[in-house]
Design a protein around this ligand. Structure first.
Ligand SMILES: N[C@@H](CCC(=O)N[C@@H](CS)C(=O)NCC(=O)O)C(=O)O
Length: 206
């Protein structure tokens, strides 16, 4: 059986793979690490970070490698090489902008405010607009192969975070104002029956 290890919160780099495995109906051990356990477990991980996926006693790290692997298992990764590259492009772009946000998470309040306001003034709208443009060029519904893929799940998880209000100094209506097609994409993925079922199972309202 597969074991997916990630922190015990909703969202973040481990969530797209949790969603993909759930949507694909693949049973997996959902190993949710309490933040209080992390220091103890970190030295045993390949790169000192989560998520990890374990299969038959072997481990693969790096979220997008995991996303591609589970995407292949669940038919949520394009088989056509070009469409696969478009799927990868989307996931790496989300990785770029998410890393900028993650870098602000544990800053002292004043520095956090300044850094987040700078993100809202530049990089966040830039990535939202460029992702929206890419989505529209591909028909406006999905990021690759005109069907649901792990790229859509990764964008969904990121947009969900931006809209959640969990990020002080990032207006919750930023996505709606800057990238309405991306906001529609978020609603479409949120309303996928498998995605609704996943969050209902985990007792998350949004
Ligand atoms: N490039 C890695 C980055 C992994 C990463 O930084 N994960 C964060 C959580 S989203 C983490 O484990 N942070 C705890 C730490 O660095 O100690 C990936 O995509 O998986």
């Amino acid at each position: 059986m597969l074991k997916l290890t990630y922190f015990d919160f909703h969202g973040g780099r481990g969530e797209p793979a949790r969603l993909a495995l759930s949507l694909g109906g693949i049973a997996f051990e959902d190993d949710r690490v309490p933040v209080s356990d992390w220091e103890r477990r970190k030295p045993d991980t390949p790169f000192g970070a989560l998520p990890l996926l374990e299969r038959d006693g072997q481990i693969v790290a790096q979220s997008n490698a995991i996303n591609r692997y589970v995407g292949k298992l669940t038919n949520l990764y394009p088989s056509d090489p070009w469409q696969a590259a478009l799927c990868d492009e989307t996931m790496e772009a989300v990785e770029d902008i998410s890393s900028m946000i993650v870098a602000t998470l544990f800053l002292p309040e004043e520095e956090k405010k300044a850094r987040r306001e700078a993100l809202v003034a530049g990089p966040l709208p830039f990535y939202l607009e460029r992702l929206e443009q890419r989505l529209e060029e591909r028909g406006g519904q999905y990021f690759a192969a005109e069907r649901l893929s792990v790229a859509d799940l990764k964008v969904f998880v990121w947009i969900r975070h931006l809209k959640s209000g969990a990020l002080d100094h990032v207006p919750t209506d930023l996505v709606d104002r800057i990238a309405p097609t991306l906001a529609e994409h978020y609603e479409r993925i949120k309303n996928e029956p498998g995605v609704r079922a996943y969050y209902a199972r985990h007792g998350v309202a949004r």
